[in-house]
Ligand binder design. Structure first.
Ligand code: 13P
Length: 136
């Protein structure tokens, strides 16, 4: 795999799903070059509304965050975009905390709001562009 290839996990709570769709449209070209997985409902929306090829895991409350955390812990995820809702209690709060904790344990970039996600995605896009211009 190319050293700049990134495996990205995308997750958004319900009140943040529209923002995730807009973000994914904005960075569609970049995300189209990444390997993507997502929690169930987020992933379905990204497939249907942005046309991205996304592996849909379980929905968050059914264990999707844990599936992503498990992949991350064994080195299978490079970047997490997790648009959390800080205003609404979630039934699976322990799973959410476990995923964010796992990203800290393994030092995997995890953007939990749109501004940080944009910084991360812009950085990835410029790395890819620089790698492209290195080609003979
Ligand atoms: O609850 C979530 C993350 O904690 C998101 O799950 P869905 O994408 O299935 O809505």
């Amino acid at each position: 795999m190319h050293p700049n290839h990134r495996r990205v996990a995308l997750i958004a709570h319900d009140s943040k799903k529209n923002e995730m769709v807009l973000l994914a449209r904005e960075f569609r070209e970049l995300l189209g070059q990444c390997t993507l997985c997502a929690t169930g409902t987020t992933g379905s929306r990204l497939q249907a509304e942005v046309g991205l090829d996304v592996e849909c895991l379980l929905s968050g409350p059914m264990g999707g965050d844990l599936q992503i955390g498990a992949r991350l812990a064994v080195g299978q995820i490079d970047v997490v975009i997790f648009l959390r809702d800080p205003m609404t209690p979630q039934p699976h709060e322990p799973d959410i905390n476990a995923l964010v904790r796992a990203s800290d344990v393994h030092d995997v970039p995890c953007a939990t709001n749109v501004s940080t996600a944009r910084l991360l995605l812009r950085q990835m896009a410029s790395q890819l562009a620089a790698a492209g211009s290195d080609q003979p």
